[in-house]
Design a protein around this ligand. Structure first.
Ligand code: AMP
Ligand code: GLY
Length: 433
C-alpha cells in the first residue's frame, strides 16, 4: 500500500515504523516527519496542519491511505477534505474530533450515552462559574472547553486558585476562543490509564492498555507535560475491566455519535480514572458511583502511549488501519504480542518551560532499544540535533515489565546531548503494586 502519515512526533515515527514491520511492503511517506521517520519513509515538506497542502499532495500521489497523527488537522477537517477527493483516511471527521476539540461536547455525548465521568457544568460568565465551585468541593478542576496545547486544565487545591483559573480564561482571555467557555468539574480520585480503541464507526477493538506519566519530575511532581514516559500493559487495568470499558464507555459513545449522524472512525482514546480498592483504598468514590470514570477523550493515538503500545501489536497493521477507515474492522485485525513495553522520553532541559534547540545528539546509531524521534532535525552535515521539548522516545521490550524498563533505560543511557533530561521512575506505579 501507498500510505501517508501526517505529523512529526514520536507517535508518527512509531506508526510509520510499525507499518514498515508489516509482512507486506508498503510505500511510506511522512508529512512532515522528522530525522527518525526518514529511515523508514520518505519525508515530504508539508506541515501537519496544512490541510490544503496535504490534500494537494494526496490528489497528486493518490495514496491508498492517509493516517492522521495529531488532533489539530483532525479538528480542522483534514479527513473530511480527503474524503471529498476520494482519499481514504484513518482518523475521525471534524464532527467526531470534537470529542477532543470541545470538552463541553464530549460531556454532552457522555451524558446522553450514560457514560461515567466527572460531574461538570459549563460557563461563559466568570461570576456564575465561581459561584458554582462550592457544589464541587476541593480539589476542583477548571478546564478550558477547546484545545489549549495541554495547558487548559487546572487542578485547583484551593478556591483562590480555581477562581484565578476561571478569571484567566473568561476575563483574561488566556487561551483565546478555546477558553471562552469553561468547565468546572468534579475532581476524580484514583489512578489514571489510557485505553486506545480502534473503531470503524460500528465495531471497536481495544488496543493493549497503557499508562502515561504526565508530570516532568520523578514521583509525579512538577508541571504537566505532553507525557514523559509510558508502559504497556498497565496492571491498574485488570482483564475483567476491559469488556466493561468497551461496553459501558467506548461503544455507547460510538453509538451516540452515530445517532447524531457522525460515523467515528480511527482511534477513540479514553483517558480513564480507576478508583477501586487497589488504586485508591481509602479515597472517596466518584459521584457517578462507577469505579472507572472518563477524564477525557482524545481523537487520536496517544503520545507517548503509542510508542509503547504499537511495538506490542502483531499482524498486519496497515490492514487494521484500512479496515477501520473503511468500515470493516474485525476483532482479528488486532493481535497482541506477549511482550511488555516501556517507553522513556528524553526531553530538552527546561521543558515544559523554555528550552534551547539545536543540540547535537549522539548514541542513536546501533542503539539496541527502539528509538523513536519526537523533536529532531537532520543537519546539513548529517548529524541529528534537538528540535523540540520532547526529543526522543526510547522503548524497551521484555518478557517482564522489569526487563522492558531496564532495556529502555539501557537505551537511554547510550544517548546524550547537552542538557538532556528524563525521568528515572517510569512504570513506578506498576512496581509499587
Ligand atoms: P486532560 O487535558 O483533560 O487530560 O487533563 C490533564 C490532566 O489533568 C489529566 O491527565 C489528569 O491528570 C488531570 N485531570 C483532568 N481532569 C481531572 C479530573 N476531573 N479529576 C482529576 N484529575 C483530572
Ligand atoms: N499522552 C497524552 C496524550 O496523548 O494526550
Amino acid at each position: 500500500m501507498k500510505i501517508l502519515i501526517v505529523g512529526s512526533g514520536g507517535r508518527e515515527h512509531a506508526i510509520t515504523w510499525r507499518l514498515s514491520r508489516d509482512a507486506a511492503r508498503h510505500q511510506l511517506f511522512c508529512a512532515p516527519g522528522n530525522a527518525g521517520t526518514e529511515a523508514v519513509a520518505t519525508n515530504v515538506a508539508i506541515g501537519a496542519e496544512d490541510v490544503e497542502g496535504v490534500v494537494a499532495w494526496a490528489r497528486e500521489n493518490n495514496p491508498d491511505l492517509v493516517v492522521v497523527g495529531p488532533e489539530a488537522p483532525l479538528v480542522k477537517g483534514l479527513v473530511d477534505a480527503l474524503a471529498q477527493i476520494g482519499v481514504r483516511a484513518f482518523g475521525p471527521v471534524a464532527a467526531g474530533a470534537r470529542m477532543e476539540g470541545s470538552k463541553r461536547f464530549a460531556k454532552e455525548i457522555m451524558d446522553a450515552a450514560g457514560v461515567p465521568t466527572g460531574l461538570a457544568k459549563t460557563f461563559t460568565d466568570a461570576v456564575a462559574a465561581k459561584a458554582a465551585i462550592p457544589e464541587f468541593g476541593l480539589p476542583v478542576v477548571i478546564k478550558a472547553d477547546g484545545l489549549a496545547a495541554g495547558k487548559g486544565v487546572i487542578v485547583a487545591e484551593t478556591r483562590e486558585v480555581a477562581e484565578a483559573a476561571i478569571d484567566d480564561m473568561l476575563v483574561g482571555n488566556k487561551f483565546g476562543a478555546a477558553g471562552a467557555e469553561v468547565l468546572v468539574e468534579e475532581f476524580l480520585h484514583g489512578e489514571e490509564c489510557s485505553i486506545l480503541a480502534m473503531t470503524d464507526g460500528n465495531n471497536a477493538v481495544l488496543l493493549p492498555s497503557s499508562q502515561d506519566h504526565k508530570r516532568i519530575f520523578d514521583g509525579d511532581k512538577g508541571p504537566n507535560t505532553g507525557g514523559m514516559g509510558a508502559y504497556s500493559p498497565a496492571p491498574v487495568v485488570t482483564d475483567d475491566m476491559l469488556p466493561l470499558i468497551k461496553e459501558k464507555i467506548i461503544m455507547p459513545v460510538i453509538e451516540e455519535l452515530k445517532r447524531r449522524g457522525i460515523v467515528y472512525r480511527g482511534i477513540l482514546y479514553a483517558g480513564l480514572m480507576v478508583n477501586n480498592a487497589k488504586s485508591n483504598p481509602s479515597g472517596p468514590v466518584a459521584k457517578s458511583g462507577s469505579p472507572v470514570n472518563v477524564v477525557e477523550f482524545n481523537a487520536r493515538f496517544g503520545d507517548p502511549e503509542t510508542e509503547a503500545v504499537l511495538p506490542r501489536l502483531g499482524g498486519d497493521f496497515a490492514t487494521a488501519l484500512l479496515h477501520a477507515a473503511t468500515g470493516c474492522l474485525k476483532d482479528e485485525d488486532i493481535t497482541v504480542l506477549p511482550e511488555t513495553a516501556a517507553t522513556v522520553i528524553i526531553s530538552s532541559g527546561g521543558y515544559p518551560g523554555s528550552y534551547e534547540k539545536g543540540k547535537t545528539i549522539s548514541g542513536l546509531d546501533g542503539n539496541p532499544a527502539l528509538v523513536f524521534h519526537c523533536g529532531t532535525r537532520r543537519e546539513a552535515d548529517g548529524s541529528v540535533s534537538t528540535a523540540g521539548g520532547r526529543v526522543l522516545s526510547v522503548t524497551g521490550m521484555g518478557k517482564t515489565l522489569r526487563e522492558a524498563v531496564d532495556r529502555a533505560y539501557d537505551g537511554v543511557g547510550r544517548i546524550s546531548f547537552e542538557k538532556a533530561f528524563y525521568r528515572h521512575d517510569i512504570a513506578h506505579r506498576a512496581f509499587e503494586r
